[in-house]
Write a protein that binds this ligand. Structure first.
Ligand SMILES: [Zn+2]
Length: 565
C-alpha cells in the first residue's frame, strides 16, 4: 500500500485506519449481475491453497537476506531470481516476449530550486514562501529548469471534468499558459450529498494526482492545490514531508503530458490571495461545490521555477503467463507489488531492514500459490498473467509502466485482481472490498464469498481513497475493471474487537517500519481462504466469456465503454 506520495514512514498513521465502518450500501441496490446468475462457480482444486508453501514463499521474500526488496538493489536481484525460478518450476511461461522480466526505467529526482513563488497584482508584488506557504515541484523528465513567468492565476473550483456528472470546472476557460488554483477532494465530500461524486467517499476526481493530470490535459502551465486538513485527510506537515527529498518517476519520456509546475498552497495563503482579489474564499469554496460553478480570475500573475537533480536506473516487473486454450488473446491479470522500502543504512544489521512481510511479501507469495492452483486445475480458456510489479512504494510506478506498455491491449484485458498487504490474522467472516460498489467483479466475488459462508463488507474509510493507492488503480484508470479485496476484521474465533486490535497494531507498529517481519506464529487459515476466493473469481472469468464492466456512474466506466463499445 502506497503512502500519500512515496516512502514516508511519518505518514503511516494515515493508512488502513480501522475506524467504524461506514453505513454499508445494500447489495440489492446495485444492478443484477449479467455474469452467470445461477451457474456454479469453478471449484478450488483439491487441497486448495497450501498454507505451508505460502508461508515458505513469504518467509523467503521477507528474509533479511532480501534486504527489504528495494528497487535497484541486491534485494531486487534476489527477488527477481526467486520469482522467475518459482514461476518456471510451476511450469508457467515467460510473459514478456521470451523473458519473464519487463524493464521499467526509473528516475529519482531531487528538486534544487523552489525557494519562492512570486505574485504580481497590478503594481504590487509579493512572495509565497517555501515551505511555510507553498511547495512546488516538477515531474517533467530531465534536469532542465521548468516554471512559469507572469502566468495568470485562475481559480477552477475542484478542477474536475466529469462527464457522468455533467460537471466541467474548466468550461469556457482558455487555460493555456495559466496557473490554476484548485480545492482538494471533491464536491461530494464538501456537501455530503450522496448524489454528488459518491458523497463522502472519495472518487478519483478527489485525488490530487487526478487534479494535476486534468490540468495538464486542459493545457494549463501549472497547478496549485489548496491544502485543507479535513478534506485532504492529512496536515500541511505531511504535504511538506512527502514533497521534500527524493521523488520517484518513470524514466524516459512520459506518454502523458505533464505540467511545468505542480504544487500546494496553504489555506491561509489562499484566503489572503482571494482577499487581495476582492473575493470571499468561503463563498467561492461553497460555489465550487455546486453544479454550474464557473472559474474566476484571481487578478494576479505568478512566476516561479524549479529544477531537479536526476538519477536514472532500471527496475523490473516480473511477468509469468498461462496461455488460454480457446481465447489466448484475452487475459485475466493477477498482480502484486514485490518491492518494498529496502534498508536504513544508519541502523545496524537487521534493525534497519524494512522486510515488508505483510507489505507486500504476502501478496507476492500469493501470486505463486494462486498460479500453482491454476496449474493444478488445468489450462484455462483465456490467458492468465501473473504480474509482480516494482516501484509501488515509490508511486505505483511499475504497474503504471505495465499499463502504459501492456502485453495485452486494454480492451483484451478482462480484469485485474490485486493483492497488497494480505490479512494474516487468521480466519475472518468478513471480506473487505476496497472501492466497494465499483464494478461487476464484485458480483462474482459476492457469490464466491457466500459459498465460503462469509460476507462482503465495504472498506471502513472510503473517504480516505485507498482504492486509489495501490497498483490496481492504474488498471482502473485505463478502464480495466479492477478488484482489491481481502480478509477483514471479524475474526471467526476471537471476534471483531480482536481483529480491530490486530489491524491497529499493523497500522501503528508494523506498517512501513522494520517491524513488518515474518511471524512464525501467524495463522494462515484466513489468507488461504482469501486466496481461494480470488482464485475462484479469476478462474470464473478465465474459463468464461464475460466482460464485467464498471457500475453505471463509476468514474472509470466511460474509458471501458470506449474500449469495448
Ligand atoms: Zn507499502
Amino acid at each position: 500500500m502506497l503512502v500519500q506520495r512515496f516512502f514516508l514512514p511519518a505518514a503511516a498513521g494515515l493508512l488502513l485506519a480501522a475506524c467504524q465502518p461506514a453505513e454499508p450500501p445494500a447489495l440489492e441496490e446495485q444492478e443484477t449481475p449479467e455474469v452467470s446468475a445461477a451457474a456454479a462457480l469453478p471449484a478450488v482444486p483439491a487441497g486448495g491453497i497450501d498454507a505451508d508453501r505460502y508461508a515458505e514463499h513469504l518467509q523467503v521474500l521477507a528474509s533479511d537476506e532480501f534486504e527489504g526488496r528495494a528497487p535497484g538493489t541486491r534485494g531486487e536481484r534476489l527477488t527477481l531470481n526467486y520469482l522467475v525460478r518459482e514461476f518456471a518450476a510451476l511450469g508457467l511461461g515467460a510473459g514478456y516476449g521470451d523473458s519473464y522480466l519487463q524493464p521499467v526505467p526509473m528516475a529519482e529526482m531531487v528538486a534544487e530550486e523552489r525557494s519562492s513563488l512570486r505574485l504580481t497584482a497590478g503594481e504590487e508584488s509579493f512572495e509565497l514562501t517555501y515551505p511555510e506557504q507553498m511547495i512546488i515541484g516538477t515531474r517533467r523528465p530531465g534536469s532542465d529548469f521548468h516554471g512559469v513567468e507572469d502566468s495568470e492565476l485562475v481559480f477552477v473550483g475542484y478542477g474536475i471534468v466529469a462527464p457522468e456528472y455533467g460537471w466541467d470546472d474548466y468550461a469556457g476557460l482558455d487555460v493555456a499558459g495559466k496557473t490554476v488554483v484548485m480545492l482538494v477532494n471533491d464536491p461530494g465530500f464538501a456537501t455530503a450529498d450522496p448524489d454528488l461524486f459518491n458523497g463522502r467517499a472519495m472518487t478519483y476526481y478527489g485525488r490530487w494526482t487526478y487534479k494535476y493530470e486534468e490540468a495538464a490535459r486542459q493545457g494549463a502551465a501549472a497547478a496549485l492545490i489548496v491544502h485543507d486538513t479535513e478534506p485532504a485527510s492529512y496536515g500541511w506537515d505531511v504535504v511538506i514531508n512527502s514533497w521534500s527529498g527524493a521523488q520517484f518517476e518513470l524514466g524516459g519520456d512520459s506518454p502523458e503530458s505533464l505540467l511545468a509546475l505542480e504544487g500546494w498552497i496553504t489555506l491561509e495563503a489562499t484566503q489572503s490571495l482571494f482577499e487581495r482579489a476582492g473575493l470571499d474564499f468561503d463563498a467561492e469554496q461553497a460555489r465550487a461545490a455546486r453544479p454550474g460553478f464557473s472559474y474566476v480570475s484571481l487578478g494576479a500573475d505568478v512566476s516561479a521555477e524549479v529544477r531537479n537533480r536526476v538519477r536514472e536506473g532500471v527496475s523490473y516487473n516480473v511477468l509469468a503467463m498461462i496461455p488460454g486454450s480457446e481465447r489466448p488473446d484475452e487475459v485475466v491479470v493477477y498482480l502484486a507489488h514485490w518491492d518494498h522500502l529496502g534498508r536504513n543504512m544508519a541502523l545496524p544489521g537487521s534493525a534497519g531492514i524494512y522486510n515488508g512481510a505483510i507489505d507486500n511479501a504476502s501478496g507476492t507469495a500469493a501470486l505463486l500459490e494462486i498460479a500453482r492452483l491454476y496449474q493444478q486445475a488445468g489450462q484455462p480458456r483465456r490467458s492468465v498473467l501473473f504480474l509482480a510489479v516494482t516501484l509501488e512504494e515509490y508511486g505505483l510506478l511499475g504497474s503504471r509502466y505495465y499499463v502504459n506498455n501492456p502485453v495485452f491491449p486494454h480492451a483484451q484485458t478482462v480484469a485485474a485482481i490485486n493483492m497488497d498487504a494480505m490479512t494474516l490474522i487468521g480466519p475472518t467472516d468478513d471480506v473487505v472490498v476496497v472501492g466497494y460498489g465499483s464494478s461487476e467483479l464484485e458480483h462474482i466475488l459476492a457469490r464466491a464469498v457466500e459459498q465460503q459462508g462469509r460476507h462482503v463488507v465495504p472498506e471502513p474509510t472510503p473517504e480516505a481513497g485507498f482504492y486509489y493507492r495501490s497498483d490496481h488503480f492504474n488498471f482502473a484508470r485505463a478502464g480495466i475493471p479492477a478488484l482489491y479485496a481481502k480478509g477483514g476484521v471479524e475474526h471467526r474465533e476471537h471476534g471483531r474487537e480482536y481483529g480491530m486490535a490486530r489491524a491497529r497494531e499493523y497500522r501503528d507498529i508494523q506498517y512501513h517500519k522494520p517491524a513488518d517481519v515474518f511471524d512464525p506464529d501467524w495463522d494462515f487459515r484466513g489468507v488461504a481462504e482469501d486466496l481461494e476466493l480470488l482464485y475462484v473469481v479469476g478462474r470464473e472469468l478465465a474459463d468464461g466469456e464475460a466482460w464485467p464492466n464498471w457500475f453505471d456512474g463509476n468514474e472509470f466506466r466511460a474509458a471501458r465503454d470506449a474500449q469495448r463499445p
